[in-house]
Design a protein around this ligand. Structure first.
Ligand SMILES: Nc1nc2c(ncn2[C@@H]2O[C@H](COP(=O)(O)OP(=O)(O)OP(=O)(O)O)[C@@H](O)[C@H]2O)c(=O)[nH]1
Ligand SMILES: [Mg+2]
Length: 454
C-alpha cells in the first residue's frame, strides 16, 4: 500500500475564534505551495520558524501575518515534506489560507489522513497511531498515561517479541521439514514451554482489559437503596452540585440520573436511581425495571441504608436484588442523626462498609478513597502499557486461542506440516495486531476515528 502522493491540507486546531489556528500541509508540493504564499523570505529552510505575511497566491493580497515552518522529508510527523502555518484563528483567515492552498492544487485532508501517512511511511506503528487518537481524547491522568504508553510503542514491542519467538519456531520447523537430514526436528517439549509462557502472557493481557475498560469508560457506580435513605443527597454531595432532586417524600427519584466525576485520575460514572420498594406506581415500576439492567453492568453497587432507622422489609427487598453479586458495598447514611444500635445486616458480605452523612461532603472522603482503591486494586503500573483498544483486544483474544490450539496440537502426535500451518496463523494474527499485515479497509476504519488535521 503506497500513500497517495498528492499534497493534503487541513486545519489542525479546533474551528472557532481563538488566538492561534494551525494549518497543516503534507505532501511533495508542500514547500512549493508555501513559497507561493509566503514571500517574506527568499528561501524557506527546514525547521526554522519564519514570521511574515501570508498572501493570496492569485490576488497577492495579504491575508494575515503568520508564522510558518517547513519540515523536510523524512523528518516530519508524516515522513513527507510538510509545513505548518500558524495564523490568527478567525474563520475568515482560516478559510482564506485553506483556499489559497487548494487553489494551488492541495486537497482537503480526510479524518486521520496525516496519521495514516505517518503510519504508511513507517513513522508510527499501527498501535501507536491508534493511541494518538486515545491521547487526544484522554480526559483523566490515567487515560493519558495509558495512551502515552501505547504511543511509545510498548504493546507493539511486546507483541513483536512474541512474533519473533513464533518465527523462530516456524523457521526451525520448516527447516526440518525441507531438510530433514541437516536440520533436527523441533524439540516439542521446549516448544511447549515457550508457547505456554506466551499463552500465560497473553492471558495476563486479556485479564487486564477490565481495568482498561474502567479507565476508558469510567467505573460504573450504582447507588441503590429503599426510598428516602439519601441516595440523591449522596449523589449530589459527590458531584458538588444539586443535580438530583432531594425531598423528604419517599419516591422522589423516578428515573435514574447519571453523571461523571473524576477522582485520582479515574473517571467514575455515578448512577442515582429510584428507591426500590414494592409499589403499584407504574412510573416507579418502570424505573425499577431499568435498575435491573443497571445492576448487570455496574462495576460496583453501593447499597445505601439509613442507619438512623431500623432496617425494614424494603431494605431487605434491596438486598435480595444484590445479594448474589460480589461487587457491592454498603453505605450507611445519616450518621449525623443518632444511630440505631440494632442496625445490623445479617448475611451481607460487602466489599466494604462505611458510614457517612450526605449533609457533610467531607464524610464521603473515605468512601471515595475506598471506591478508588477497589477500582485500581487489580493493576500495577507496568500493566498499563498492555491495555488495548477494542480492535487490539480482539486480535489478542484470537491469538491466545490460536496459541492454545497449537499447544494442544503439539502435545498430540500432530504432523509437523500441520503445526507449521498453525504457527503461520499465529504469526499472521500477531502481524494483524501490529499492523504488519492489515487490509486497506481495516486501516480506513482505524484512521476514520481521527479528527481532520491529525
Ligand atoms: N439528617 C440527614 N438527612 C439526610 C441525609 N441525607 C439525606 N437526608 C434527607 O433525607 C431525605 C431524602 O433524601 P433523598 O436524597 O431525596 O433520598 P433518596 O434516597 O434519593 O430518596 P428517593 O429518591 O425517594 O428514593 C431528604 O429530606 C434529605 O434532606 C443525611 O445524611 N442526614
Ligand atoms: Mg432520590
Amino acid at each position: 500500500m503506497k500513500p497517495n502522493d498528492d499534497t493534503i491540507v487541513a486545519l489542525a486546531t479546533p474551528n472557532g475564534i481563538a488566538a492561534i489556528g494551525i494549518i497543516r500541509l503534507s505532501g511533495s508540493k508542500s514547500l512549493d505551495y508555501l513559497t507561493s504564499c509566503f514571500t517574506s523570505v527568499s528561501s524557506i529552510l527546514p525547521n526554522i520558524v519564519y514570521v511574515g505575511k501570508f498572501k493570496d497566491p492569485l490576488s497577492n493580497e495579504t491575508i494575515d501575518k503568520v508564522c510558518i515552518t517547513y519540515f523536510q522529508s523524512p523528518k516530519s510527523y508524516t515522513g513527507e515534506d510538510s509545513a505548518e502555518v500558524h495564523c490568527h484563528s478567525s474563520q475568515y483567515v482560516i478559510k482564506a489560507i485553506l483556499n489559497s492552498f487548494i487553489c494551488l492544487g492541495a486537497r482537503l485532508a480526510q479524518s486521520g489522513e496525516f496519521s495514516k501517512r505517518a503510519y504508511m511511511n513507517g513513522k508510527l506503528t499501527l498501535t501507536q497511531s491508534e493511541s494518538v487518537i486515545d491521547l487526544i481524547h484522554s480526559q483523566t491522568k490515567l487515560q493519558h498515561t495509558v495512551s502515552l504508553n501505547r504511543v511509545e510503542g510498548k504493546l507493539y514491542r511486546h507483541i513483536n517479541l512474541i512474533r519473533n519467538e513464533l518465527l523462530r519456531l516456524l523457521e526451525q520447523l520448516e527447516g526440518s521439514i525441507d531438510f530433514p537430514d541437516e536440520v533436527p526436528s523441533i524439540n516439542r517439549s521446549l516448544a511447549c514451554n515457550s508457547l505456554e509462557s506466551i499463552s500465560k502472557n497473553l492471558n495476563h493481557i486479556i485479564s487486564l482489559q477490565d481495568l482498561g475498560k474502567s479507565i476508558s469508560d469510567g467505573v460504573h457506580c450504582l447507588f441503590l437503596g429503599k426510598p428516602n435513605v439519601g441516595k440523591s443527597s449522596i449523589f449530589n454531595a459527590l458531584l458538588g452540585e444539586d443535580r438530583s432532586i432531594v425531598t423528604d417524600t419517599p419516591g422522589t427519584t423516578r428515573d435514574y440520573i447519571s453523571e461523571q466525576i473524576e477522582y485520582n485520575g479515574i473517571q467514575f460514572m455515578l448512577y442515582d436511581t429510584a428507591g426500590l420498594r414494592h409499589s403499584d406506581d407504574i412510573i416507579e415500576f418502570l424505573g425499577m425495571k431499568k435498575i435491573q439492567s443497571l445492576i448487570k453492568k455496574a462495576t460496583i453497587i453501593i447499597w445505601v441504608c439509613d442507619q438512623s432507622e431500623e432496617l425494614t422489609a424494603d431494605d431487605f427487598t434491596v438486598f435480595d436484588h444484590i445479594k448474589h453479586n460480589t461487587n457491592y458495598a454498603i453505605l450507611s447514611n445519616k450518621v449525623d442523626l443518632s444511630s440505631k444500635k440494632s442496625f445490623y445486616i445479617p448475611d451481607a458480605k460487602p466489599l466494604f462498609q462505611q458510614s457517612c452523612s450526605a449533609l457533610s461532603p467531607e464524610s464521603l472522603n473515605d468512601f471515595k478513597q475506598n471506591l478508588y482503591e477497589y477500582s485500581v486494586s487489580t493493576y500495577q503500573d507496568q500493566d498499563l502499557e498492555f491495555l488495548c483498544n477494542v480492535r487490539q483486544f480482539s486480535c489478542i483474544k484470537q491469538l491466545a486461542s490460536l496459541i492454545s490450539n497449537l499447544l494442544t496440537q503439539l502435545k498430540t502426535t500432530c504432523h509437523d506440516d500441520m503445526l507449521a500451518i498453525d504457527l503461520r496463523n499465529c504469526i499472521e494474527s500477531c502481524s494483524e495486531l501490529t499492523g504488519d499485515s492489515i487490509t486497506e479497509e481495516v486501516l480506513d476504519g482505524i484512521f476514520s476515528r481521527f479528527c481532520v488535521g491529525k
